[in-house]
Ligand binder design. Structure first.
Ligand code: SAH
Length: 212
């Protein structure tokens, strides 16, 4: 168990003021040392509610959107769920998920980011996460099906392969679009998929193929 820090608590309070109401999510935010997920020169900004560069043209997501996406999952998915995350990046969202759900799988296409994220989670003793260097556009078929799939990069269009890896009543949360992006949820039902638009968002692009 990670413990709550004073700066973490003040970030959680800020997110609460912005509409995040789930207390488990707020506690995970308050307990996660976000400075560990940032390059040294930016660590003083760790508890600001902003996205920040993590190198290689990528960003650590804004805490508000990390909390919002996690809250959406907690509303519909039990905590003993199996979750697939696409776009590990710094591993910050992964660390939040790992405190709230049983089993997390995470895919990142940039090897050096994947390697650093893995080390950070080990350091925090979060051992319920399996990570892979690969193209998340294809999901991670061999470990599926998943109760939820969360994509933390914006897809130009819906990656169909991800839908096939959802369990019965499983949910995909994904930003879709290029300039104007919308966070969307697709939930499997007996008749197909129920689609819901959550809000406008801004993520780096989800890149198909070409591993680095
Ligand atoms: N949740 C992360 C967000 C990182 S930004 C964080 O808070 O740190 C999105 C990440 O998605 C980047 O690291 C990028 O390299 C990765 N990404 C982009 N396209 C991808 C793909 N096809 N497969 C896997 N990862 C991808």
């Amino acid at each position: 168990m990670l413990s709550v820090s004073r700066r973490g608590e003040s970030l959680a309070q800020q997110l609460h003021n912005e509409g995040i109401s789930n207390t488990d999510v707020l506690k995970a935010i308050a307990s996660t040392p976000r400075e560990m997920f940032l390059p040294e020169a930016l660590q003083h900004k760790a508890y600001q509610n902003t996205a920040l560069p993590i190198g290689l043209g990528q960003t650590i997501s804004q805490p508000y959107i990390v909390a919002r996406m996690t809250e959406l999952l907690l509303e519909i998915i039990p905590s003993n769920a199996k979750i697939l995350e696409i776009g590990t990046g710094s591993g910050y969202q992964t660390a939040i998920l790992a405190q709230l759900f049983s089993e997390i799988f995470s895919v990142e296409r940039i090897k050096s980011l994947q390697f650093q994220a893995k080390r950070r989670l080990q350091k925090l003793d979060l051992h319920n996460v399996k990570m892979k260097h690969g193209d998340g556009w294809e999901g991670w078929t061999s470990k599926g099906p998943y109760d939820a799939i969360i994509v933390t990069a914006a897809a130009k269009h819906l990656p169909k392969m991800l839908l096939t890896q959802l369990s019965e009543q499983g949910t995909l949360v994904i930003p879709i679009g290029t300039e104007a992006q919308k966070l969307q949820m697709f939930t499997r039902s007996e008749e197909g998929f129920n689609e819901k638009t959550i809000e406008q968002v801004r993520f780096v692009p989800l890149v198909p193929g070409d591993l680095q």
